[in-house]
Design a protein around this ligand. Structure first.
Ligand code: MG
Length: 394
């Protein structure tokens, strides 16, 4: 049984891609670039019986960002990268050495759209040739230019290929090659196939994928997101409803926001009717039961619990099904407290907890014109609607 490891390179700062967040932590269709990579490498379809050993290499000080971005996928503890890509790869190889993998795939996290089929081809290629990289044919005509910007020559493209990752190697060969390059003072190889050639290894190729593109410019993110969203054609809406009664107290929790009030809300958890209605709406869209089934009130773990974790759980269920949240909409029904002044804070809290953009979250409020239990000020009711997108499966 061969043991296959992966080095996931996520140490770059990604300045060319724009945005305040490093590109490996940006969200695409509701998932971080890191999580999309981990989803592909963790797929059963890669054909590794006991799964791949994934060694992330991250920017120094980026452990919290990585932890938040990895979602439910498990990896080895991340190690910090070096100044150059080559040094980051060596850091990953040295961290993997005590695990004695037979093969290693070295992949740039900036290519998150790779498929399990490509990963399976990489493993086969490494097993049969010892060193291989995925390539794509060059379809455009290529010109070389002189210093004055004039065309020097038209390059024969038949022998040219575009290099991608994951590049795949017998572990001990590429570790030795990297150690040799480092002791020879080389730090500037931009891919591992080039370093392997330098060390005298024979490098073969296998078929890459058009969508295994490197996210570099802002447009690439839009293209990648459109590609991912198009696969989520099962669009579902779920509804939720919740009520909590007023009780003595000095504040209420609503949609993740603490509001000072002359009464509190009674409940087993923090009695956040807004978040509870949202959780049921998401579970309804998934057809996965209700909040009481996932978090039984009889379970003492949830006594006084913050409802943030209930919403995080429902969102994690959507991710586990390979889907995304398209929209969340809550209506709070009460005479008091006044919701309007807290509406923006509530939208921000829901967006933060559910990890969705603010423009995909709505909070509304109404009274019931002094009618019924909400009108008499006996409690607060909440209605919610969740729209989610899942991969289409019959
Ligand atoms: Mg409730």
């Amino acid at each position: 049984m061969r043991r296959v490891a992966v080095i996931l390179l996520a140490a770059g700062q990604g300045n060319r891609a724009g945005g305040a967040v490093a590109k490996q932590y940006r969200l695409l269709a509701g998932k971080s670039v890191i999580a999309l990579n981990l989803q592909a490498f963790s797929s059963d379809a890669v054909g590794a019986a006991d799964g791949l050993l994934i060694q992330p290499v991250i920017a120094d000080g980026g452990a919290d960002d990585f932890q938040a971005a990895r979602g439910a996928f498990s990896t080895l503890p991340p190690v910090p990268g070096g100044v150059t890509r080559q040094q980051s790869v060596l850091a990953g190889l040295e961290a993997l050495a005590p695990h004695h993998p037979d093969l290693v795939l070295i992949h740039d996290a900036a290519r998150p759209l790779l498929t399990a089929a490509l990963i399976a081809r990489a493993i086969d290629a490494a097993a049969s040739s010892g060193a291989a990289l995925p390539v794509m044919p060059v379809v455009d005509t290529i010109k070389s230019m002189d210093a004055q910007g004039r065309v020097g020559a038209t390059i024969e493209r038949m022998h040219l290929r575009i290099a991608q990752t994951p590049q795949a190697f017998r572990f001990t060969s590429i570790l030795d090659a990297h150690r040799q390059a480092a002791s020879a003072g080389r730090t500037d190889f931009t891919d591992d196939a080039a370093l392997a050639e330098w060390a005298g290894l024979t490098v073969t190729t296998f078929e890459g994928e058009a969508w295994n593109m490197k996210l570099t410019h802002p447009d690439d993110f839009a293209k990648a997101e459109a590609h991912l969203v198009a696969q989520l054609a099962d669009i579902r809406t779920g509804q939720g409803f919740d009520v909590h009664a007023f009780a003595p107290g000095d504040h209420v929790m609503l949609c993740g926001v603490r509001i000072t009030h002359d009464r509190g809300l009674s409940g087993h958890s923090d009695a956040d009717a807004g978040l509870h209605a949202l959780v049921d709406a998401i579970l309804g869209a998934l057809a996965e039961g209700d909040i009481g089934a996932h978090f039984p009130p009889s379970d003492m773990r949830w006594k006084g619990a913050s409802s943030d974790q209930f919403l995080q759980h429902a969102v994690a269920r959507v991710s586990a099904r390979g889907g995304m949240i398209a929209h969340l909409d809550v209506t709070l029904i009460c005479e008091a407290p006044k919701i309007g002044p807290h509406r923006d804070a509530m939208r921000e809290a829901i967006a933060r907890i559910a990890r969705v953009p603010l423009h995909r979250v709505a909070v509304k409020a109404t009274t019931s014109e002094k009618l019924g239990f909400t009108g008499r000020g006996e409690g607060i009711a909440a209605l919610a609607c969740a729209t989610i997108r899942l991969p289409w499966k019959e």
